[in-house]
Each structure stands twice: as structure tokens, then as C-alpha cells.
Design a protein around this ligand. Structure first.
Ligand SMILES: Cc1ncc(COP(=O)(O)O)c(C=O)c1O
Length: 461
């Protein structure tokens, strides 16, 4: 099986060369839209949603929200909505994007720490399905806004767990929890969670509905393995469910358990820290079924009582990671001898178009694309680099056929946290975005222009 097929079942490959996305030839896409070009496979998004929804049947009742932060393209949002997904927003602007796309407030879950008053105001006015309240201070602010708007607001409390048993098994989590997770939520250890929940219960306009926690994708951790990821997910679900049991013992009903996201689609993920090489290493991902089993095991271990909670998922990466590819053209090929023999392939896309490569260790499998089947080439070790002055390593020390300027490459798994983390360094315009559906393609975000890049300039003279 080729790398392309291991990453996405919607990419057609001839040997190692990618020839089509769904039923649209790569060469036709390039002729019509140019490169660099992000191509979304709508059927891959639908496949991903069905895979998770089918696996989750054992957890009924459940609902799946799409985390718009992973990819905020409207066509992705519309495809997810057509599948039946709710939408998870983490900023005022994501909320406004969702509302502008016609998503009703009743289908929106709101997240974020340090939520601004204007963010909460838009949410209250829109009548969102639930606000995942982060802190006690937020309760008072929200109660005031709900009073003014004469509305009731359903609240779920984001909890910070003790992670005690997780740390006992894997002490190296301490740094992750301290740096990445500790700022979120109200702590169940120091009593903040109790205080936040009590304040909601005592308020006039706010209704306490349940608990939330997001374990997150652990790929950025040096000791990533699918089993570690599943342990993290299971343990967080268990601890949250156990806290729900404590609350119910005190007479506070917990209807919803929002388990967040943290899953990635495809069979493998490429992980490496730029500068460390080893881009050849594809790490297996947990399947949707593994993930659901871990959540179910955690909830069963922590939950007491006959009624079942509504389990809510907020998945971003799982819905889109393997549904987007970036097609790029080889600009130059250079052989160097010093300090070590190397073949550099410079392409017309740059790491600035997906800073996620540097910030989260996620790499993007590279394949030759277009009509030229790779069996005509001998594979050689190469560095794939972009043209910017940044540390612009797209793929380090990988084996690739002997491509020449003008040939096409494809970077796969570009759907989650790639375009949304892009920058304008060196004033490189961001690529256009196209969505493919069967044999049709549609431009859904035009290529950035120089005018876009300078459009916020204000003359000081
Ligand atoms: C609260 C919350 N929910 C959901 C997600 C989506 O995570 P993922 O894309 O890993 O599924 C995130 C990601 O940061 C998050 O912070």
C-alpha cells in the first residue's frame, strides 16, 4: 500500500505517485487552479464523520461537534453540518464565522478560557446550545449578560482534573499538563470546580448541564504511541465521570459529558521535530473504534447510576486531517556536497503555510503527484524545502523519486491546523483552496494576492 493510500482512502495512487483526488485528476486541478493549491476531499470528510458516528453507536446517546479551529473553511463547515455535526467554537471570530455560515445557535458549543464580554454577548444573543464555562469569574459575567438579554443559558463546566493516575503511569505527562493544559478549566482538586458549579446552580438564568474536558492529540509528545494516547483519553474520561458521580451524590445532576477531541484521521501520522530528521517515521494512529472503546471504558469505570450521560465529542483533527492535500510545484533541484551530500528540492509552498509542522511535530507525507508514475524513477534521499528565509523544512531526509523542476509533489494530511496556522512571512500569498466532490471541483477560497497582504496598511503621513 502506498503512503497516499495509508493516509487517505480518497487519494488515488499509481505506485507512489498520486494521480487523483476522488475522481479528479491532479493535473486537471493544477491546470485549472495553479499551485500551491489545497484540495479538500468532501467524501473523505464524510467518510471520517461516518467512521466516528458508527463507532460511537455503542455509547448512545452521543453527539459530535466539529471543532472549527482545525479548518475554518466554509465548505468544510457546510460538509460537516450536512453530516449532522454540531459546531464547536473557541473564539468570538469562530463563532461569527459559524453564525455567518447559517449555523443556528442551537447547534453551537462554545469553548475558551478568558472569554471576553463581547464573545459571551454574541453567544448569549445567538442562544448557543451550551457554553463550556471555564471559571467562576465567567459565571458572574455570563449571569449579568443572560439577565440583560432575559435568556436562559445552558452551561457545562470545563474541569481541570487531578491526572493522578495518569501521572502515576506516565510521569512525563507532568510537563504537558503544566504547560499545555493547566490554564484551562476549574480545578476539581482545589475546589474551584465545586465553586463554579455551585455558582451556576444558584444563578437565576444559568442551567448546569454537565462537565467538559479536552485531552487533546498527544502527537507533540516525544514519547507518543497510540497506547499512550488512548491511556490519556481513557483516564480523563474516567476522572471526569468519577467527579460526575461525586456531584450526583450531592444532588447535582450531570446530564452531559463533553470529552473534547484529540483524535486524528487516517491510519498513520508523520511525527518529527524539524531539525531532528526521521521524517520517514509514520506512527500508527488509534482507530475511531479504539478511541470510543477508551472513552467508554473510562466512563464505565467512573460513572455510577443507571442513566447514561449524553456524551459529546468536539473533534477537529479527526474530521479533516487526512481530507486535505497541498499540491506544490518543484521550483529547483540542487545537489550539495558540503557538509554532507544532499539533494535539495525547493517547492513553491513554504512551511509558513502550515506552521503546525514546527509547533506540533506534525509532518506531512510527501509523494510525487501527477501523471508521471514513480516506477520510472530511482528513489533517492532528499530534503524538501520551501523558498522562505525561515527554517523552511517541509520534509527532512525522505526518499523521493528523482523529480525535476516543473514536476508536482503532494503534501498529505494538510487538513487540520495547517491553513489556519499559516503566516505571511516573506509576503508569500497563501494558496487557493478547492473542494472536490466526486468528479467535480469548486474554488472555495481564492489565492491570496499582494493587495490582500498590504490591505491593512494605513499611511502615517
Ligand atoms: C476544547 C477543545 N475541544 C476540541 C478541540 C479539537 O481538538 P482535536 O482537533 O484534537 O480533535 C480542541 C483543540 O484544541 C479544544 O481545545
Amino acid at each position: 500500500m502506498s503512503v497516499a493510500e495509508m493516509v487517505s482512502n480518497r487519494i488515488a495512487a499509481d505506485g507512489l505517485a498520486v494521480t487523483a483526488i476522488e475522481n479528479v485528476k491532479v493535473t486537471d486541478l493544477v491546470a485549472e487552479y495553479g499551485t500551491p493549491l489545497w484540495v479538500i476531499s468532501s467524501n473523505q470528510i464524510r467518510d471520517n464523520f461516518s467512521e466516528l458516528a458508527e463507532a460511537a453507536q455503542t455509547l448512545q446517546p452521543f453527539e459530535i461537534a466539529y471543532s472549527i479551529k482545525a479548518n475554518n473553511n466554509r465548505s468544510v463547515l457546510e460538509t460537516m453540518r450536512a453530516c449532522g455535526a454540531l459546531v464547536d467554537c473557541s473564539s468570538e471570530w469562530e463563532l461569527k464565522i459559524a453564525l455567518a455560515a447559517g449555523v443556528p445557535g442551537s447547534a453551537i458549543i462554545l469553548n475558551g478560557n478568558g472569554k471576553s464580554e463581547s464573545y459571551l454577548q454574541v453567544a448569549v444573543d445567538a442562544g448557543v446550545r451550551q457554553i463550556n464555562v471555564d471559571s467562576l469569574k465567567e459565571v458572574q459575567r455570563l449571569e449579568d449578560l443572560a439577565q440583560q438579554a432575559d435568556r436562559e443559558v445552558d452551561c457545562v463546566v470545563r474541569v481541570k482534573l487531578s491526572y493522578r493516575e495518569l501521572l502515576a503511569v506516565d510521569p512525563s505527562y507532568e510537563r504537558t499538563l503544566r504547560v499545555a493544559e493547566a490554564k484551562f478549566g476549574s480545578s476539581i482538586v482545589n475546589g474551584d470546580a465545586d465553586r463554579t458549579i455551585d455558582a451556576i446552580a444558584q444563578s437565576e438564568r444559568l442551567n448546569f448541564r454537565g462537565l467538559s474536558h479536552h485531552a487533546g492529540f498527544a502527537g507533540y509528545r516525544a514519547n507518543y504511541t497510540p497506547d499512550n494516547q488512548l491511556l490519556h483519553v481513557r483516564e480523563c474520561a474516567r476522572e471526569m465521570a468519577a467527579y460526575a458521580t461525586v456531584l450526583r451524590g450531592r444532588g447535582t445532576e450531570v446530564e452531559r459529558l463533553d470529552v473534547g477531541g484529540g483524535l486524528r484521521s487516517g491510519r498513520n501520522v508523520l511525527l518529527s521535530t524539524p531539525g531532528d530528521g526521521a521524517d520517514v517515521a509514520l506512527h500508527p494512529l488509534p482507530t475511531a473504534e479504539d478511541y470510543i472503546k477508551a472513552i467508554a471504558a473510562g466512563i464505565t469505570a467512573g460513572w455510577a447510576g443507571d442513566n447514561r450521560p449524553l456524551v459529546q465529542f468536539e473533534t477537529g483533527g479527526f474530521q479533516v486531517a487526512n481530507a486535505v492535500s497541498l499540491i506544490t510545484t518543484v521550483q529547483d533541484v540542487k545537489e550539495t556536497e558540503h557538509p554532507t551530500p544532499r539533494r535539495f528540492i525547493t517547492v513553491d509552498s513554504a512551511m509558513t503555510m502550515f506552521t503546525s509542522r514546527g509547533s506540533s511535530r506534525v509532518g506531512y507525507p510527501v509523494a510525487v503527484a501527477g501523471d508521471r508514475a514513480d516506477d520510472r524513477y530511482e528513489s533517492v534521499p532528499v530534503e524538501v524545502v520551501g523558498p522562505t528565509c525561515a527554517y523552511d523544512s517541509i520534509a527532512e531526509d525522505i526518499l523521493l523519486p528523482r523529480v525535476e523542476p516543473g514536476d508536482l509533489l503532494m503534501l498529505m494530511n494538510q487538513g487540520a491546523y495547517a491553513e489556519v496556522t499559516s503566516t505571511q512571512f516573506n509576503a508569500f500569498p497563501r494558496p487557493a483552496v478547492v473542494i472536490v466532490d466526486g468528479k467535480h471541483s469548486h474554488l472555495v477560497r481564492r489565492r491570496e494576492t499582494l493587495e490582500d497582504i498590504v490591505s491593512r496598511e494605513v499611511s502615517a503621513s
